[in-house]
Design a protein around this ligand. Structure first.
Ligand code: NAD
Ligand code: DAU
Length: 350
């Protein structure tokens, strides 16, 4: 791998991945970060990277829905590897406005696969970053394995399922060397505050209501984002072509438990002026339509075959995450004001 095209590298997981690759992984080649900079893409997540890593980090402001532009990027930068993060990623948005999810997650992935097929002799790997939501919802027992049948319930998960199938088909039909990872809920620094954990931290900072959908008994399997990025890199280097790998935190928690933990930690780190506990801000609201009850990953395959394990505990990870949001008030303010959206082609447009 010499020239890795990372799509969606200005988003939450993509930016942590790019930082990990350039700073910690030992990779000596080039990262070409292609991102459309939607509301979720924030170039400030990789502030100064073009100067810091002059010949090794290139930002391309592009859209994976534009076929011709993709062909140019593949040939201009001699792409030999793809790590595909770019997606519309938020379930609630997919319920309100599904179209962008179909466009980016299905058609955009198709365009990337086509661009790769045109250079089949040069592509060493196409890694597709996907989600455990493709498997649908679990009852009280059992785990998602790599052979669990797909049963997506939201427009988001259906669009990701569609993209997974396309990736598999390009492997089987055209011999494109692919790997796929299906991961559980990530949390950590740089996550856009529409997702549960950062939304609760930021609302708690401002003593705003903490909205819990339904009764708060839905269960998610939480994984610290750095652990996910290590898993992806491990799969890219040592995974078997054509295989999929489930990645999870072995950390099932009810939503209410997650929010109560955040409240307790915030009571210590950022107490309310009123002296009241942040728990008083918890507000039960109307449930999400089609709300999946429980996700839980069996990650035996990646543990046994690649030696990857989640290392961050929820206790230390959530503490570090809260500290990061408290210490990065400028990042938070600029996200809330939309200021970061003025970045175009690596420059701040006044
Ligand atoms: P995110 O919403 O934070 O970031 C998405 C990035 O993709 C943004 O930078 C955005 O600008 C970019 N993007 C969107 N549409 C694009 C387009 N048409 N062309 C180019 N770039 C585009 O998402 P995230 O939470 O970092 O998730 C990254 C990937 O990981 C997604 O594929 C998601 O399905 C998957 N995933 C996420 C989680 C999670 O918990 N967040 C868990 C498992 C898998
Ligand atoms: O499982 C992996 C998936 O995790 C990823 O593929 C998605 O990209 C990512 O968004 C995430 O999906 P969820 O829907 O599980 O994440 P979210 O943070 O939106 O919600 C987590 C849980 O918290 C879910 O049960 C809904 C609930 N929730 C969420 C929000 C935003 C609330 O109760 N209140 C809220 O305000």
């Amino acid at each position: 791998m010499k020239n890795i095209l990372v799509t969606g590298g200005c988003g939450f997981i993509g930016s942590v991945f790019v930082r990990y690759i350039l700073e910690e992984s030992g990779f000596t080649g080039r990262i070409i970060n292609l991102d459309k900079l939607t509301y979720a893409g924030n170039p400030e997540n990789l502030l100064n990277f073009e100067e810091l890593y002059k010949d090794r980090y290139i930002f391309v402001h592009e859209d994976i829905c534009k076929k011709d532009a993709l062909d140019k990027v593949f040939s201009n930068y001699n792409i030999d590897t793809v790590c595909h993060f770019a997606a519309e990623s938020h379930v609630d948005r997919s319920i309100v406005s599904p179209e962008a999810f179909i466009e980016t997650n299905i058609n955009g992935t198709f365009n990337l696969l086509e661009a790769s097929r045109k250079r089949l002799d040069k592509i060493k790997l196409f890694h597709h970053v996907s989600t455990d939501e493709v498997f649908g919802s679990l009852g009280a027992e059992g785990y998602f394995t790599e052979t669990t049948p797909y049963s997506p319930n939201s427009p988001y998960s259906a669009s990701k399922a569609g993209s997974d199938h396309l990736v598999r088909a390009y492997s089987e039909t055209y011999g494109l060397p692919v790997t796929v990872s299906n991961c559980s809920n990530n949390y950590g620094p740089y996550q856009f505050p529409e997702k549960l954990i950062p939304l609760m931290i930021i609302n708690a900072m401002e003593d705003k209501p903490l909205p819990i959908y339904g009764d708060g008994a839905n269960i998610r399997d939480w994984l610290y984002v750095a652990d996910h990025c290590r898993a992806i890199w491990q799969i890219m280097n040592n995974g078997e072509k054509g295989e999929t790998y489930n990645v999870g935190g072995k950390c099932e928690k009810r939503n209410l438990e997650v929010v109560e933990t955040i409240c307790s930690l915030m009571d210590e780190a950022f107490p309310s002026k009123s002296g009241k506990s942040k728990k008083d801000l918890i507000t039960f609201v109307k449930d999400r339509p089609g709300h999946d009850k429980r996700y839980a990953i069996d990650c035996t395959k990646i543990e046994n075959s690649l030696g990857w394990h989640p290392v961050e505990s929820f206790e230390s990870g959530i503490k570090a995450t809260i500290e990061w949001y408290l210490e990065n008030q400028t990042w938070v303010d600029r996200i809330k004001s939309g200021e970061y959206l003025k970045w175009i082609d690596g420059h701040y447009n006044m």
